[in-house]
Design a protein around this ligand. Structure first.
Ligand SMILES: [Zn+2]
Length: 510
């Protein structure tokens, strides 16, 4: 795993004599530029009015003879946030890479001392890494050293190198797993990637790939997988990741949607809407990424248990179809409304397993993470949607995630679960207990990203663990359909690794 390693310095003076080959100066250039660079910036400005307005490389008497100015623009308006910093770092990183820089020194200046910029330097480092990341297929074909040429970054600030790199290691796993084409990341190879990513780490990886066992324990997941069983390399698996803390006080439990390819199934995606559906595994990828950060940080008091449902939603003679009634792991009878609403079926069985084991762990919180609905992307744009149940509201789980997302540059928005959502998936007769989906596109369905959370709660049995129950279980559904890839471009956008940084900031960093 090669991403730019980080070296932290207390001050610019401490970097003297180090082998950096450029300086990236990042900040709001309308504010005072640090003394060490003000002369070079003023000189450059005489020749180029763009200095301080867009990212540029200018000659200067600094390391490598190159100063890359990376303006953030204003930072103090109501609607500014720390992504101004990561965007500027990304623009500078691309210039550095193209210019042949391999070891830039990053200096962030003039950031307002407000809570929203409390992690500015860390966010700048991650923004730089995001911009420099190359897809797994490209690295495997062309060689990592050939195309990822920036090898190290110096950062001036009060920072923890281990923490910065642990988050980036997690994000890299998430991007690799989410972005890769459907054969390279077919279920068995997804599992193999996870085994390699967690080798020699404190995380235990278990792969359940026995078809009979899966049919018995994950019946909804296996309905989705049915048309894929005839092709051995497409056969499904559940990847279980477990981290046991030495002195556990709290437990995070994740279900991750890992649809390695979504044809829609018998309700086949038409009109060109299939391209990009190799990215429908972004939820499982994000969970694996967060667990990678956990493996690096080795928290003292936090357990993590994750189940990733890695399945190809294929189409074929044995494909499941709408109207089938399938009894879930929870015992709930699910009427299939549309086979393209497959992610929630996979998640419901995973969540049901987590629900069963939750009492064995201290203070469990349960999450489902998925690229679930076009509606989330429509309603939230590039923000992760968080939908809490009652106990999660009482414990302010989503508020804490929201705050972390703002500070660490992986923002979210909260949606509410309502009675209309439960009514939408109610059984119409005694033949079943719930309906998985309607038949319109989620993006034209009212409450199209909220109502699936009601289905998940019912089909997994978590609806029996509300605030009014004997055993309340905090549960949050996390929809990354809008935040999982850059620019919302599922086919070509670079995976963002959402919500790795948000969860890491919330649970692993004080
Ligand atoms: Zn689908």
């Amino acid at each position: 795993m090669a991403f730019p390693t980080v070296q932290v310095f207390e001050s610019y003076a401490d970097t003297a004599g180090r082998e950096f080959d450029a300086v990236i100066l990042l900040g709001d250039f309308a504010q005072t530029v640090p003394d060490d660079f003000s002369e070079y910036v003023a000189q450059a400005l005489q020749f180029d009015a763009r200095v301080g307005k867009q990212a540029l490389l200018v000659p200067a008497d600094v390391a490598g003879g190159r100063l890359i100015t990376a303006p953030t623009g204003p930072l103090t308006r109501d609607y500014d946030d720390v992504r101004n910093i990561s965007d500027a770092a990304g623009a500078a990183a691309r210039i550095a890479q193209q210019a042949g820089v391999t070891k830039p020194l990053l200096i962030v200046f003039g950031v307002p001392s407000e809570a929203r910029y409390g992690q500015a330097e860390a966010v700048a480092y991650w923004g730089l890494c995001q911009a420099l990341y190359e897809p797994l297929e490209a690295r495997e074909h062309l060689g990592e050293e050939t195309i990822e040429t920036v090898t190290a970054v110096g950062v001036v600030g009060a920072l923890d190198e281990t923490w910065l790199q642990a988050v980036e290691a997690g994000k890299r796993v998430a991007r690799d797993l989410a972005g890769t084409e459907p054969e390279r990341m077919a279920p068995p190879r997804f599992a193999e990637y996870c085994q390699q990513a967690f080798a020699h780490s404190p995380v235990r990886v278990t792969v359940i790939d026995d078809v009979q066992q899966l049919q018995h324990e994950y019946p909804l997941l296996m309905a989705v997988a049915r048309a894929s069983l005839g092709v051995e390399r497409h056969q499904p698996c559940v990847v279980r990741l477990e981290y046991k803390a030495p002195a556990a006080e709290q437990t995070l439990m994740f279900a991750g949607k890992g649809i390695v390819y979504d044809t829609g199934g018998a309700d086949v995606k038409t009109g060109g809407h299939m391209a990009g559906m190799s990215r429908d595994k972004g939820g499982a990828a994000g969970v694996a990424g967060f667990v990678k950060t956990v493996a690096e940080m080795r928290p003292e008091t936090l357990n993590v248990v994750a189940e990733l449902g890695v399945v190809r939603n294929s189409i074929g003679a044995d494909a499941f179809v709408a109207d089938e009634i399938i009894t879930a792991h929870s015992g709930v009878r699910v009427r299939i409304g549309n086979t393209d609403a497959e992610g929630r079926l996979v998640l419901a069985d995973l969540l049901s397993h987590l629900r069963e084991e939750a009492p064995d762990y201290p203070r469990p919180q349960i999450f489902s993470v998925a690229t679930l609905t076009g509606h989330a992307a429509l309603a939230k744009g590039p923000y992760t949607a968080l939908i809490p149940n009652g106990p999660a509201r009482v414990n302010e789980v989503t508020e804490k995630l929201w705050e972390a997302g703002e500070v660490y540059g992986d923002p979210t928005e909260i949606s509410w679960s309502r009675r209309e959502d439960y009514d939408f998936v109610r059984p119409r007769t005694k033949a079943d207990d719930t309906l998985s989906s309607n038949n319109g596109p989620s993006a034209t369905t009212k409450r199209g990203h909220q109502f699936p959370m009601a289905f998940l709660a019912i089909a997994s049995g978590l609806d029996k663990h509300g605030t009014d129950s004997q055993q309340p279980l905090p549960y949050v559904h996390v929809d990354i359909a809008g935040s999982g890839v850059e620019g919302g471009d599922w086919q070509h956008g670079k995976p963002t690794a959402a919500p790795v940084t948000c969860f890491a900031g919330c649970y692993l960093h004080q």
